[in-house]
Write a protein that binds this ligand. Structure first.
Ligand SMILES: [Zn+2]
Length: 184
């Protein structure tokens, strides 16, 4: 590109500002791009001016960027304080198997909403209705004086034991008590 063209003038100016001690990354997309490329070890691309060479490098760049973000996601899952169960549920960057199950979308939605719940937050929508658990209060269905959270609802509350046996037990290869104790 001719150096008299406005885009060329802009990029040269941003490059010059990038070297300036008072450069503000928020206002300089060249610096932002440089940081993103250096995170995935592709900083050399920033100096290429030939679009054919950049196009050739593009698939490699995209793959590295995807891998970078998948590994960041996995790290977040493993260190999540929001949901300590999630590290046991997640496929850690691979396809989540529950999404491959042949069932209605509404059932998959329930599974998704259960997976993003945590001990103190449980609510989901099903067929236009909102369902919640009052996790700050004790379960009013049984008399165990236990908090009404997802673990109690799914694994421990004796009032739901017949439903649990019918729908859940066959999917759990350990005893429910053992699983509940491990998650807690
Ligand atoms: Zn209960």
């Amino acid at each position: 590109m001719d150096s008299s063209r406005l885009p060329k003038i802009c990029i040269q100016r941003l490059k010059a500002l990038d070297k300036w001690s008072g450069n503000k990354i928020h206002y300089n997309w060249y610096t932002q791009l440089k940081e993103k490329l250096s995170k995935v070890g592709m900083i050399h691309i920033i100096n290429y001016e030939n679009p054919d060479i950049i196009r050739k490098e593009l698939p490699n760049l995209v793959e590295k960027y995807v891998n970078h973000h998948v590994s960041k996601d996995v790290e977040s899952v493993l260190n999540s304080n929001y949901n300590k169960m999630y590290r046991c549920l997640s496929a850690l960057g691979f396809k989540e198997s529950y999404l491959q199950i042949h069932c209605s979308l509404s059932k998959r939605r329930i599974l998704s909403q259960l997976r993003i719940s945590n001990e103190n937050r449980f609510k989901f929508f099903f067929k236009g209705n909102l369902y919640t658990l009052e996790t700050g209060e004790n379960c009013t269905i049984c008399n165990l004086q236990k908090p009404e959270n997802l673990i109690h609802f799914l694994l421990n509350c004796p009032i739901y034991s017949s439903c649990r046996k019918k729908y859940l037990t066959k999917y759990i290869d350990r005893s429910l008590d053992e699983l509940g104790a491990q998650i807690l």
